[in-house]
Design a protein around this ligand. Sequence first.
Ligand SMILES: [Zn+2]
Length: 233
Amino acid sequence: MTQEQDDRVALVIAAHPDDGDFGAAGYTAMQAAQGWTVYFLVCTNGAKGTEDRSMGRERLIALRQAEQREACRRMGARDVFFLDNEDGELSYDRRLLEQVVRHIRMLRPHTVLTHDPTDIIIRDSFINHPDHRATGTAALDAVYPTARDHLNFPEHLAEGLEPHKVREVLLWSTNQPNHDIDIGPLVDQKIHALSAHATQFGNREDFADFARERWKADDGRYLERFRRIELQF
Ligand SMILES: [Zn+2]
């Protein structure tokens, strides 16, 4: 394997099961088809994602993890990792930062995709969930500077986890998109991946239509819109 091929790794860092699919399923499917290895890291256990009062907590966690695994399979992602943080209670602290840095050093992505944590209000149409903001902030801080410097979490070295420089960041759900990816040929695959999350959308018959409209731009194309940061050094 050449150095260039070795570099074709992307890591999607999401707060909850299904966030990474909403944000970047088209990107994931496109890159996977081109030979990239795409991993998912889900930072909470998904334990709050139901309106079904008869649903047990442990059952919900297990179901949502299984759904995310199936969604990743449908997108062509290689693997998904889950952190044990409580859904709805994620805060940005050293523990979360260490967990994210550990996965960046282990998986060594060229590109990291995550929530844009910059704003609380997105496009005047929804509120950026606090778990999303904590996840995006931890991911950005992990990319720069924490994962790059061996003096941060030096205990990783003893485990063979070397410092790592991420080259590109793509932020979804952003007020400042500067990088559009045309997912026209992949929109059905994206909806198929999202449909794996039966606990979230299983009783919505209109889900496919809703989803298709959501990614349709004014010019009729289907776009995933990111704020892209290319790290220069
Ligand atoms: Zn979420």
